[in-house]
Design a protein around this ligand. Structure first.
Ligand SMILES: [Fe+2]
Length: 327
């Protein structure tokens, strides 16, 4: 498990104790203007060498990983830092894994939701096709959780990223691979989110740390079980209709949950959350995209069957179309 750090001085000590002096920082453009970016500037002022790598897009392509490996080797850094939401983190992980770089990896999430800071997975696109990398090598050595990063997150991003965490927790709990340890993470994440989402969306700073913890725990849950039907069905909604990943996942999990009632016993693990989940769903009020009739077949053909095999209820192609219709 990664070391969780909640204070910048502690992270500076963590780096110094390991003799680290040259940081390769994979981050988005907005990273510089928030607290972790300013911290990196402070490290530069006290003699750390900093190399930024920002040459990637959302849904990162493999060519970015290759460029990152080259840039890392050129600058001779001794540590990788991934600062951002899912994409920056995944690129940082893939650079470490595919470049076979034996250096510490520090994750600094700037949203509360993807859980990427807690998992051994990275999603990278090769020639437009989504591929998942899996290796314990990509687990961060340290994770810095700073609640202040959530201060200026727009409302839709808050809703979407928080819903991503809800889906991780629910899908993990009803997964065929669920176990006592993963359920403990799932339930703890759901308890935190369902008790705090209204205050969080209203901007209550007291909830920011709680949401970061919840997203991290939901990430721990899927690190054990992987995701299931919701994530298998949601990816194409993002690419075809431009809605955020967490938004798409929430629509799919809700439609699947209703569909699976009576079809599997695994739901008993999460059934105690059904009422709170429905209330959450109504409160967030995230719209279903307009899906033209001819798209249902395309959507059904896009579903990742490996992820679906982890789903408690087997789904035929016809079932999948039904679930999409019931989003
Ligand atoms: Fe997700």
């Amino acid at each position: 498990m990664s070391e969780v750090i909640r204070d910048y001085n502690e992270l500076a000590r963590w780096l110094s104790a390991r003799g680290r002096k040259s940081l390769f920082v994979v981050c988005g453009n907005s990273f510089a203007s928030i607290a972790p970016g300013r911290f990196i500037d402070c490290l530069a002022a006290v003699g750390f060498k900093i190399t930024y790598f920002r040459d990637f897009t959302p849904n990162p392509d493999h060519s970015s990983v290759d460029k990152g490996i080259e840039a890392f080797k050129e600058c001779g850094a001794d540590t990788i830092i991934g600062g951002g939401g899912g994409s920056a983190m995944d690129v940082a992980k893939a650079i470490k894994f595919e470049g076979q770089l034996n250096v510490p990896f520090v994750a600094i999430p700037t949203t509360a939701g993807t859980g990427s800071e807690a998992t051994r997975f990275a999603v990278i696109y090769k020639d437009g096709t989504k591929t998942s990398l899996t290796s314990d090598v990509m687990l961060p050595d340290a994770v810095l959780l700073d609640p202040s990063v959530l201060e200026n997150l727009p409302e839709y991003q808050k809703k979407a990223t928080m819903s991503d965490a809800v889906c991780h927790a629910v899908e993990s709990a009803w997964s065929s691979a669920t176990c006592e340890e993963s359920r403990a993470f799932s339930y703890s994440a759901l308890d935190k989110i369902f008790a705090n989402y209204k205050s969080y969306l209203a901007g209550d700073e007291q909830t920011f740390g709680v949401m970061l913890d919840a997203a991290y725990e939901a990430g721990e849950a899927i690190n054990i079980t992987k995701t299931t039907g919701g994530h298998a069905l949601c990816y194409k909604l993002t690419t075809m209709y431009g809605i955020s990943h967490g938004h798409a996942a929430l629509l799919c999990v809700r439609a699947l949950w209703n569909y699976m009632e009576g079809r599997t016993d695994n739901l008993e693990f999460v059934s105690r959350y059904k009422e709170q989940f429905d209330e959450y769903f109504r409160y967030l009020d995230l719209a279903k995209p307009d899906i033209p009739e001819e798209d249902y077949g395309i959507l059904a053909d896009s579903v990742n069957t490996e992820r679906l095999s982890n789903n408690p209820a087997a789904l035929t192609r016809e079932d999948i179309v039904t679930v999409y219709r019931n989003l």
